[in-house]
Ligand binder design. Structure first.
Ligand code: CA
Length: 236
């Protein structure tokens, strides 16, 4: 009778305590461990020949020794989780900064600016952020001739700056490629805390010179501010 009750209880006590410590939280694991020791004390009343104190000490020794054993083997508490998280972050950073082979990056400061006569704010020049295209007025346009070696589909990414101080769409722009393909950057206000790349969509490019025209869509309180754009060969 004693073994039938005590052994499964002891296994359940150790398993649930360790599971809580490892996968839920340390405080919950401690609470469950204490709960098992208390219940062992109650169950101990009904086990002939053992006092409740003896049974609860038995359960307590099992739980505590298992926790100490696992701690020394470094399975708990947080070290494995931390390591896997930091490795993951490192990989993501590498992926973000390493472009696939054949990627073409174009400096926005190398563009040619055309504006309407009342637009005195737009520029393509160096600012405190570096060389950039700053399109303020309606139809202010930055044009680029991009030389492409391999014709095909490319993903267009544009690197922009935003401060979240202006409403959605106030920095929107259209992008026309080779006079025929039209894409749209639909501005959704956010604080980019520096520059941030946005995926605009796919373009078909010829080998040789391809013309890119970025045009501000409307007169608003905010500008379309671009550091550079890049073309990544499209792969399925
Ligand atoms: Ca730049």
């Amino acid at each position: 009778m004693q073994l039938i009750v005590l052994l499964p209880s002891a296994v359940a006590a150790v398993a649930t305590t360790l599971w809580s410590l490892l996968y839920v939280s340390i405080p919950l694991g401690v609470i469950i461990g204490i709960a098992w020791i208390l219940s062992a004390f109650i169950v101990g009343k009904y086990i002939p020949g053992k006092t409740p104190l003896q049974v609860s000490i038995f359960a307590g020794v099992l739980v505590v020794s298992s926790v100490i054993n696992l701690t020394y083997n470094q399975i708990i508490p947080d070290k494995p989780k931390d390591q896997s998280e930091s490795t993951e972050t490192d990989e993501q950073v590498i992926e973000d900064t390493k472009d696939p082979e054949g990627t073409i990056v174009v400096e926005a400061g190398d563009g040619i600016l055309t504006t309407n006569q009342y637009d005195t704010l737009s520029y393509i020049a160096e600012s405190a952020r570096g060389r950039e295209a700053y399109l303020a007025g309606k139809l202010a346009t930055a044009s680029y001739n991009v030389n492409i070696e391999t014709a095909g589909s490319y993903d267009l990414w544009i690197k922009l700056s935003d401060d979240a101080l202006h409403s959605d769409e106030s920095r929107s722009a259209t992008i026309i490629v080779n006079g025929s393909q039209q894409l749209k950057y639909k501005h959704i206000s956010e604080d980019t805390k520096g520059w941030k790349y946005y995926n605009i969509g796919q373009v078909q490019l010829n080998s040789g010179t391809n013309k890119f025209e970025f045009s501000k869509m409307a007169d608003t309180s905010a500008a379309f501010v671009m550091d550079e754009f890049k073309l990544i060969p499209y792969s399925e």
